[in-house]
Write a protein that binds this ligand. Structure first.
Ligand code: C2O
Ligand code: CU
Ligand code: CU
Length: 539
């Protein structure tokens, strides 16, 4: 644990430099102590001070009206490490019609945060200005097949894709990222991702909102001596999942955020390609979780550390009022990494010093927390608050109503031939086997059985689900699981679930919104790109 009183000496510079045209530059106006000015020139560099303040949630219009956006994916330059220009890919967005507050800048290579509303009609004209094909997926949103940004919808360089859908999700923390087959991992890694916040009609008034409701994207990057991003240097990186050496939060290394002496809602997305992270605070205080992938929890969950797999989101309630002005509180993250000893060669490489423990012999994980970002308490009077006890989050999926409680659908996750498989199958385009075909209007129990030596965070498109239970089919991961299980929060709904080696995880999922083909896959992006992705068909 690092000291909580270290003065901040990290200076972060951020912003996008040239290359992307006015649209992306338009979004690169974030950060800055006290807010720096918006620049629309393509060559601007926005320098942040010692503390970067994410903007928090905007004040949206009282009336929900349709939203029409232009979204562009294009090359850009960003400072991930201060003073080092790095080539990236970045989303830019602008409001063509609708609430102008619907797009807020990230201040980094990340795409702007998009703010949509439950019940809102959203149209997006997406332009691919990359040199390869791409498509945008709205991770966690329940939308029709052709609005879902699936690999078969990918458009080539210079082409556009038009989306038109209605937001049916609960308010909560979602995100958007590319989904072209074989290219998702690299495109996300090079910068294509952003937060997507679904707002209700009114602020969730029992929770902090506005400037006290902040979003954070946790990622990791390896930056070479030439300042450029390094991606999958070896077959091992493809097999195991790429793990970057430097922790990067909201697109910058060493992020320090100024906070007032008051309660905050802090929304965390694990946007890393493959690093499952365990979050703790340098104060050692437990974390109070108020929301997960599918929205608010029924009640606050208290955990000593919080496990977040790639693609998962959890919102924390943290009260900074008891800290002194100037005090620094670090958010620490430990990576978990499990694999059978001998399967992948020597340990340590590419994992940035994070724990990597073999599990085959029952060896324990080595959890080795590093600072992902810091909060610095501002001057001012303390305004203590109480965490709301009932959060009104509802979990309406009833496992007992499943049509297959006695005969759950089984998906075996396996590793062989240096690749990862689902029931012995891999991606083969828009097809679904009989064992992947479900009836519209039903609720089912699905079982992910992990016979592989690696952990897999399994994601379903379409709808958040409920995690019913876990059991063991073999003991390979039991000991390492015991070290992290207290950090699992599954009292609400998730769209991505961690399936540990040797584990059988049962989920209950309802197929009640749209018919069609939807993806399910491992959200370790190198596994997904390697074929650990299939469709299920709702007929
Ligand atoms: Cu974020 Cu198909 O996933
Ligand atoms: Cu998704
Ligand atoms: Cu996987």
């Amino acid at each position: 644990m690092s000291s909580s009183s270290t003065p901040i000496d990290r200076r972060t510079a951020l912003g996008l430099v040239g290359g992307a045209g006015a649209l992306v530059a338009l979004t690169a106006c974030g950060g800055g102590n006290g807010g720096s000015s918006t620049s629309t020139t393509a060559s601007s560099v926005v320098k942040a001070g010692t503390a970067v303040v994410p903007e928090g949630m905007p004040q949206l219009e009282a009336e929900v009206r349709d939203l029409h956006l232009r979204l562009v994916a294009a090359p850009a330059t960003a400072e991930i490490v201060a003073g080092t220009p790095t080539d990236v890919l970045s989303f830019g967005a602008e409001v063509i019609d609708g609430d102008p507050a619907s797009v807020t800048p990230s201040g980094s290579y990340l795409g702007p945060t998009l703010h949509v509303r439950t019940g809102q009609r959203v149209q997006v004209i997406f332009e691919n200005q990359l040199s390869q094909e791409t498509i945008v997926h709205w991770h966690g949103l329940t939308v029709p097949q052709e609005q879902d940004g699936q690999p078969l919808e990918a458009v080539g360089p210079g082409e556009t894709y038009e989306y038109d859908f209605t937001v049916v999700n609960e308010p909560g923390t979602y995100w958007y990222h590319p989904h072209p087959h074989h290219l998702t991992g690299e495109q996300v890694y090079r910068g294509l991702a952003g937060l997507l916040i679904v707002h209700g009609d009114e602020p969730e008034t029992t929770l902090p909102h506005g400037a006290r409701d902040l979003g954070f994207v946790l990622q990791d990057r390896t930056i070479g001596a030439d300042g450029q991003l390094v991606y999958v240097a070896s077959n091992h990186d493809v097999m195991a999942g790429f793990v970057g050496e430097t922790l990067v939060t909201n697109g910058v290394a060493g992020l320090a955020t100024s906070v007032e002496r008051a309660p905050y809602r802090l929304r965390f997305l694990n946007g890393a390609n493959s690093r499952t992270q365990i979050l703790t605070l340098s104060t050692g205080e437990p974390l109070q979780v108020v929301a997960t992938d599918g929205g608010l929890l029924p009640e606050v969950a208290n955990v000593p550390g919080l496990v977040l797999t790639p693609a998962q989101r959890s919102d924390l309630w943290i009260d900074f009022s008891s800290y002194e002005p100037g005090q620094q509180i670090d958010l620490l993250t430990a990576g978990t990494f499990v694999e059978v000893p001998g399967m992948m060669g020597g340990g340590g490489k590419g994992n940035g010093g994070m724990g990597r423990g073999g599990i085959g012999g029952g060896a324990a994980l080595t959890l080795n927390p590093k600072v992902a970002m810091s909060f610095v308490v501002a001057d001012g009077p303390a305004e203590p608050g109480e965490v709301p006890q009932g959060l009104a989050g509802q979990v309406t999926i009833e496992p007992s109503e499943a049509v297959n409680t006695d005969t759950p659908r089984v998906f075996e996750l396996m590793t062989r031939q240096a690749s990862h498989w689902i029931n012995g199958m891999q991606w083969e385009g828009r097809t679904a086997a009989e064992w992947e075909t479900v009836a519209f209007g039903t609720t089912e129990i699905w079982e992910f059985v992990n016979l592989s030596p690696m952990a897999h965070p399994m994601h379903l498109h379409g709808k958040a689900f409920r995690v019913v239970d876990r059991s063991w089919v073999n003991a390979s991961g039991e000991e390492s699981w015991a070290q992290i299980s207290s950090g699992i929060v599954e009292t609400g709904t998730r769209d991505t679930v961690l399936v540990w080696p040797g584990q059988r995880v049962r989920i209950a999922v309802s197929f009640d919104t749209y018919r069609g083909y939807f993806l399910y896959h491992c959200h370790i992006l190198e596994h997904e790109d390697g074929g650990m992705m299939r469709n299920f068909l709702i007929t």
